[in-house]
Write a protein that binds this ligand. Structure first.
Ligand code: BG6
Ligand code: MG
Length: 220
């Protein structure tokens, strides 16, 4: 196990809820419509524009490109507003320890988030220094569930995906890790991450020894 590839929202930081809260506010403010809970999972791990497409499809709203772009930008402004108060305290339970244990054991770390706010959030959490690489979601051809961002993250560390583990909280992300042929560690319910090679209910349940064992078991 040479590299650890991390999703961000819902894995390192408790920011997944802010994304959906921002979508809900955007749709309420612009169309006076509500979004059902089940759309949250459908937009998890999915890029900003793909998420907006999912939401507009659900609402059966068709928009010209300029209006679509304006809404995507407005959502990001709302979301960035929610991030203002983010600090180290918003690192999900157990993840700071996991990150430092991985580093202590010589494992290199890369971010494989779909979010263009990744570097900003890492900075707010005091984790920028901990990461050896951040894959740029704007530079990959296809977003999650395609494997591209995980392939780019492994490549940025100089490793084959097979030598890496990936951590995810969303269906789209687990599919991306599996198709990149890294070992997938899912965090959440079976319904969300059941296709992962190994699953943990919550971030607090994950520790270095179990991750290493998971990687070794997979490669036996
Ligand atoms: C993912 C989130 O990490 O990033 C998605 O799970 C989000 O909900 C995506 O749409 C893109 O994020 P951003 O910050 O670039 O809008
Ligand atoms: Mg996530």
């Amino acid at each position: 196990m040479k590299g650890a590839l991390f999703d961000l929202d819902g894995v390192i930081a408790d920011t997944a809820v802010f994304h959906f809260k921002a979508w809900r506010k955007l749709i309420k403010d612009n169309f006076d419509r509500e979004l059902p809970d089940e759309l949250e999972e459908k937009t998890k791990g999915v890029s900003r524009s793909d998420s907006l497409k999912v939401i507009l499809d659900y609402l059966k709203i068709d928009l010209p490109q300029a209006e679509f772009n304006r809404l995507a930008a407005e959502k990001n402004n709302v979301y960035r507003g929610y991030l203002q108060t983010l600090t180290e305290k918003d690192i999900l339970p157990g993840m700071a320890k996991l990150i430092s244990d991985l580093k202590e054991h010589g494992v290199k770390l890369a971010l494989a988030s779909a979010s263009q706010n990744g570097p900003f959030i890492l900075e707010k959490l005091g984790l920028s220094e901990a990461f050896d690489a951040v894959a740029d979601p704007t530079k990959v051809a296809k977003g999650k569930p395609a494997p591209d961002i995980y392939l780019a993250a492994a490549d940025a560390l100089g490793f084959k995906p097979e030598d890496c583990v990936g951590f995810e909280d969303a269906i789209a992300g687990v599919t991306a890790i599996n198709d990149a042929h890294a070992v997938s560690i899912g965090i959440g319910s079976k319904k969300e991450v059941g296709k992962a090679d190994f699953c943990f209910d919550k971030t607090v349940d994950i520790n270095y020894a179990d991750v290493k064992r998971a990687w070794e078991n997979f490669h036996e």
